[in-house]
Design a binder for this molecule. Sequence first.
Ligand SMILES: [Cu+2]
Length: 149
Amino acid sequence: MTRCALVAGSGAVALLAGCGGTAAPPVAGTNSSTSSSGGMSMPVNASCTPSGTTLTLIAQNTMFNTNCLAAPAGQPVTVHFENMDPLPHNLWILSADPDVDRNARELFKSDIVPGPKTVDYAVPAEPAGTYHFHCAVHPTQMFGSYVVK
Ligand SMILES: [Cu+2]
């Protein structure tokens, strides 16, 4: 239960309007440099959970069918890669987005696949973590998180 009526004793409508929500006092001025750090935030699909060791990735219309691939930790997986476009695509898995982290480590890189074509890739086991994948031909259009857990 909130005690808004007591707190807002001044009777200001604005104060009353703010009483219903969560208590989140503004911290103006105390921490002014919040936007200057890293930029490493990477939203991860909450439903991205490993389900077996065969993963499917479909490339169509210069898009992947998912922005998240999930693999079980410590197990090699097979990525069933379907390039449905009459265009070249591939699968490149790195420890991080190389545009964000120059030291991103390559975990797996397939050949460029001229489509339409389907290929199964053996991707080595990785420890738990959140990594990055993209198409080397279209890295800004075709990418996602490679979640191992
Ligand atoms: Cu591509």
